[in-house]
Design a protein. Structure first.
Length: 410
């Protein structure tokens, strides 16, 4: 309930008590009992009604004022005994103290109300009798119990909301940490690629320097290799500066795996019991080192995903298609779904990061019947790094996602 709505309800309660109480005094209603002073009783009704405006923020004080207006007239002079102008406001105040009171306030309110009605039932003649006492006791206990029940439900709802917020924050933190770890890993690998390229350029430059006066053709070939290697390393460097890197773990300055090691990766998967079939179509050719590494890692993560989560898989297919300007990868299995939600896990986060780094597209999801699909497209042109890949997690560009009925992610 919003603050505005609750205040509107409070205003309606005040107006209802004021109108019904004054009508009970001046009309009068049959519920008005005894003899009393009309002016004093009118003031009593007005004070009680206004006091109920603070029943949420000051529930115990509101109840004290309402009970005082019930008891004091009998101590000072004989007053009217009212139902709508006195007993109904007491019930509202008791409920409010039980609902909105904090700490010991609800129990203090219960004791104060009990004391007031013990006095009323004993010393106010019109309230005497066992029936009146049982009626007052029963109604007030119900009001108190309902208020306490509402307070418990409200606390549970607030706690559930806090837990949901905490869970959402923790999930976001875990996702951000997964992205950070994966980008750190990518940065280390790109560091190795660039370092290896720089080493190759230094070797070629040294060789050219030694034969510069003797073998012009060899010098020309070395310079050509330096230019090509430098251009490739420069493209990787542009991506490297956009990725967080862990300076405490530099790794070995060695070339990273690529599609040339894919056959060994597939053989390892087969030896572990995963039935994998590899097909390659199109004109095979050398790839930029970063794209080569990204393609290898995507296949590696997809096979790891299938091995860990694809229950009862009888086949896994890895399909590589070389096109004129792109490399298409498709890995699918026919396993049954696990309890992991599609799109979760560090493996798919890593795939999204790698594909986004090179301006490609990624599609992942369960297949309609059974199984899980990973489909990636990596452009072979050295495109500028997409701005969306710089500041935060870059989502995969999903299109025509399969119906989530089978398979499982890493």
């Amino acid at each position: 309930m919003t603050l505005t709505r609750s205040r509107v309800i409070d205003a309606l309660v005040v107006v209802a008590v004021l109108v019904s109480g004054l009508g009970e005094v001046w009309v009068p209603f049959d519920s008005r009992q005894g003899d009393g002073n009309l002016t004093w009783t009118t003031v009593q009704v007005v004070v009680v009604a206004i006091a109920l405006w603070w029943r949420r923020v000051q529930p115990l004080r509101t109840l004290a004022v309402v009970l005082a207006c019930f008891v004091l007239p009998e101590l000072v002079t004989t007053g009217f005994l009212l139902f709508f102008g006195s007993f109904v406001p007491i019930c509202i105040a008791v409920y409010s103290a039980a609902r909105h009171g904090v700490g010991r306030q609800p129990w203090l309110a219960g004791g104060l109300t009990a004391a007031a009605f013990v006095y009323g039932d004993l010393f106010i003649e019109l309230l005497g009798g066992l029936t009146e006492m049982l009626y007052h006791c029963g109604v007030l206990i119900v009001c108190f119990a309902v208020g306490r029940r509402q307070a418990v439900l409200a606390r549970r709802a607030e706690e559930s909301q806090r837990q949901a917020i905490r869970a959402e924050v923790e999930a976001a933190e875990r996702a951000a940490q997964a992205v950070l770890e994966e980008r750190t890993r990518i940065a280390r690998e790109l560091h190795d690629i660039v370092a290896h390229a720089m080493s190759a350029m230094v070797v070629q430059a040294g060789a050219a320097e030694q034969v510069v006066d003797e073998d012009y053709e060899r010098v020309r070939s070395a310079l050509r290799a330096i230019r090509e290697t430098g251009a490739e390393a420069l493209g990787e460097m542009r991506r490297l500066v956009a990725v967080l890197r862990d300076d405490n773990d530099l790794g070995l300055l060695a070339p990273q795996p690529g599609l040339s090691g894919l056959a060994r990766l597939v053989d390892d998967a087969r030896r572990s019991g995963l039935p994998v079939e590899l097909t390659v179509s199109g004109e095979e050719r050398g790839l930029p080192a970063g794209v080569d590494l990204a393609a290898y890692r995507i296949v590696q993560e997809a096979l790891t995903n299938a091995r860990r989560h694809a229950c009862e898989a009888t086949s896994v297919t890895v399909d590589l298609r070389f096109a004129a300007d792109r490399l298409d990868l498709e890995i699918r299995d026919d396993g049954t779904a696990s309890a992991v939600t599609a799109g979760s896990g560090h493996g798919l986060v890593g795939m999204r990061e790698r594909v986004a780094l090179y301006g490609g597209t990624l599609q992942t999801g369960p297949l309609p019947e059974r199984g899980f699909l990973v489909r990636a497209t990596l452009p072979l042109a050295m495109l500028p790094l997409a701005p969306s890949a710089l500041p935060g997690p870059a989502p995969s560009r999903l299109s025509d996602s399969p119906t989530p009925t089978g398979g499982a992610p890493a």
